[in-house]
Design a protein around this ligand. Structure first.
Ligand SMILES: Nc1ncnc2c1ncn2[C@@H]1O[C@H](COP(=O)(O)OP(=O)(O)OP(=O)(O)O)[C@@H](O)[C@H]1O
Ligand SMILES: [Mg+2]
Length: 345
């Protein structure tokens, strides 16, 4: 198309439009090739870092991205959901041939310390995208106009720049809008955010995590195409932790799998990770006086005497629960009425 008959301002606008189109094609194809690479090759994750424009640098902090999906202990259905989510990204051309877009919004819910933040890190890592966590304290201003302005800046940035935009502890901002204790201000912030989120293209990944899904209103749930419940470990996952633990010790401990599962039942993934690290620390510092079994016994005794232990889940017959009732194993209903495997759509 010739531009010679356009006014200079029209020519500028035309050029800007072309620039946006070509930037969007470029970023999309770089995301696609990264996903292809990272999903197909078991390579080390590359930390993708961004130089953020100053006004955006105040609104987010960049989180380190190191781990891969296989580094986490997750239920099979969660892994399957995440793999499919990642695969869609690599298949955008095929999807578009059928007038479809890959899903790009994901909500993770579940009790503390079971891997919500870690899973968002993994998604960024598998997609080779930088991970930007939104700072609510920097976004919310006493003037609504300014808050909306900052949200707009952030969403504009994510539209242009491939990244995973992460709203951690999302309930802090996405609270039930009918909650009378909430000020009208925060409700308007959420409305503004949700409206702005709708204009994000599919190459911008939005991830939200919360321990309080009951505090999110219907309008928030509706925005997320993938919803996953990240639960405390099942018996099977405790078995995976046990194998990792024994391998990581570098020497044999007499701690049997059943005893390990019994001791860790009712604990979060984070507590189990801490237990492993505590044992390893003891062996590094006191390995000349302690063997692995003694180190394990000491750390277990300390763990059990400390406050904060969650009561192991037990079934009615007194046996340790395998938590079959978790969302992974049951059909749950999301507040918008959609039923799904887990709570993912
Ligand atoms: N599924 C998991 N597999 C391996 N390690 C895990 C897993 N879940 C949690 N961890 C470990 O526990 C720690 C806390 O995990 P993470 O921060 O991802 O939990 P969270 O669900 O986001 O917790 P919170 O709700 O408190 O933010 C991390 O150091 C992480 O390595
Ligand atoms: Mg977290």
């Amino acid at each position: 198309m010739g531009t010679s008959n356009l006014r200079p301002d029209q020519r500028d606008a035309f050029q800007r439009t072309l620039d946006v189109i070509s930037e969007s094609r470029r970023t999309r194809s770089s995301v696609e090739s990264n996903v292809q690479k990272s999903l197909l090759e078991p390579s080390e994750p590359s930390q993708v870092s961004l130089t953020l424009p100053p006004q955006i640098a105040e609104l987010v902090f960049e989180l380190p991205v190191r781990r891969r999906l296989t580094d986490l202990v997750l239920g099979a259905s969660t892994v399957e959901e995440v793999r499919e989510f990642l695969y869609e990204f690599s298949q955008v051309a095929t999807l578009r041939n059928h007038s479809l877009e890959p899903r790009h919004t994901i909500l993770l819910v579940g009790p503390p310390g079971n891997g919500k933040t870690s899973l968002v890190e993994v998604i960024a890592s598998e997609l080779s995208l930088p991970l930007l966590a939104v700072r609510y304290d920097a976004i919310v201003d006493s003037y609504l106009g300014e808050t909306s302005n900052r949200i707009r800046q952030l969403i504009d940035f994510a539209t242009r720049t491939p990244c995973v935009l992460f709203f951690d502890e999302f309930d802090a901002i996405g609270k039930e809008r009918s909650d009378t204790q909430e000020t009208g201000e925060i409700k308007r912030v959420v409305s503004s955010l949700l409206m702005q989120m709708d204009r994000l293209p599919s190459h911008a990944v939005v991830a939200c995590a919360t321990n309080h899904p009951e505090m999110l209103d219907r309008a928030v749930w509706r925005r997320f195409q993938v919803r996953l419940e990240i639960s405390p470990p099942t018996r099977e996952e405790l078995g995976v932790w046990y194998d990792r633990f024994q391998r990581s010790l570098g020497q044999k401990s007499t701690l049997g799998e059943d005893k390990f599962i019994h001791a860790m039942s009712g604990r979060s993934m984070a507590e189990i990770e801490q237990f492993m690290l505590d044992v390893k620390r003891k062996l590094v510092l006191f390995g000349d006086k302690l063997n692995a079994t003694q180190a394990v016994e000491q750390v277990l005794a300390r763990m059990n005497s400390q406050p904060g232990k969650t009561t192991p889940a037990r079934e009615a017959n007194g046996k340790l629960s395998t938590r079959k009732t978790s969302a992974r194993a049951s059909k749950k209903q999301a507040p918008d009425g959609q039923t799904s495997g887990g709570i993912s759509s």
